[in-house]
Every structure is written in structure tokens, then in C-alpha cells.
Design a protein around this ligand. Sequence first.
Ligand code: G6P
Ligand code: MG
Length: 218
Amino acid sequence: EIKGFAFDLDGVITDTAKFHAQAWQQVADKVGTNWTEDLADGLKGISRMDSLEMILKAGGHENDYSQAEKEKLAAEKNDNYVQLIKTLTPDDILPGMLDFIKSLQASGYKMSLASVSLNAPVILKSLGLTDAFEGIVNPASLKKGKPDPEIYVRAAEVMKLDPKQVIGVEDAAAGVTAINGANETSLGIGNSDVLHEADLIFPDTAAVTIEAIKEKMG
Ligand code: G6P
Ligand code: MG
């Protein structure tokens, strides 16, 4: 029986994916990696340093930068990103998500946050959602990022639930892989080609309701 939900943040609760993409594209231009939609999709859910490595690799630049230079590029990206997310308000919660979160609360489900973003606490605060969650997995404490299951295993622990009692909610293929690896039920929001490994697929956030989930789970 499902008793809790573990939420990804970027692209699920709010559309920071567009800000991440905007900030990473500047880095890609700088290092000479061609920016494509596939690259942007592949970066979703991937930690900051892993994202940088993917961008460098996509252009064949993985051996061109020292560790210090990489850290500088990642810091520049984050500075730009932090500027972009300063504009976030509760109006930036994706369609239907506030109602969904409220309905979960009203029905007694537990909720935790499973975002690898070090900026997640600030974003939740800007959206007015800090109190909705039982707990946030601290991404700084993770050994591995998504697609490794660790973050979703921890998200179940935060709620004191067995993974079998948890639905993980994601917009990224790497996140769906992580949920499945943690033996939770995966709910993917977005393109079904990208999210084909998900147990339940919804085209957009507005379609996600408790009723629709129950119907799909049979
Ligand atoms: C989320 C996003 C990724 C981002 C990662 C780290 O998973 O989907 O695009 O790279 O968080 O975010 P941060 O804010 O720590 O750079
Ligand atoms: Mg995401």
C-alpha cells in the first residue's frame, strides 16, 4: 500500500529545468560544446559536477580542463543560475502541483524531497512549500547522484517508510532509473519516449492527481 511520495524538484514542482538549461548553455558555448535538446534532456536530474563532465564530454573536451578550472566553470554556472531563480514566487509552482501536494497532505500521505540540487531549500522557500515536506534528503551527504538509487532510498528513510510504500515523482530519465533501483513505484512526468522506464507516465503536471494515479495502478 502506498503511504508516501518522494518528489524531485526541478521540472516536477517548478520549471527550474529551463533556468538550469539556460545557465549550462552558456558554459557549453564557452567550452565549445554544441548545445542540443538531447544534451539538455540528459542533464536533467544530474548533479552539478556530473552535468559539467557530461557537457565537456559531449564536445570531446573532457581532458582539456584541470579540476580547478572545472570548479570555476561550475561556480560560474551556479552564479548565473542563482540570479535566474531569484525571480521565483509561489506563482511558479507548475500547474496542478500545489493542488496535488495539498490533496496528498489532506489524505495523510507523507512527502519528502529527493532533489540533488544544493539550491533546493532556497527554491522551496521561494515557492512557499518548505513546510509541506516531512524532510529533504541532503544532497551534500550523497555518495552518488541519480541515476544511482541512493537518493530515493534515503527519501523513503526520511519518511520512515519501506520503499515498496513509496511513489517517486520525476521528470528525468536518470531519476526514473534511480526510483526503480530503489524498488519504489516510479511516476514519470513528460515525454513517454524519454521516460519509458517509468511504471506510471503522465504527460504533464496538471494530469497528476491521486485519482488518476489510483486508476493507473489498478
Ligand atoms: C537537479 C536538476 C539538475 C541540476 C541538479 C543540481 O537535479 O535537475 O539539472 O544539475 O539538480 O543542482 P544544483 O542547484 O545543485 O546545481
Ligand atoms: Mg527533475
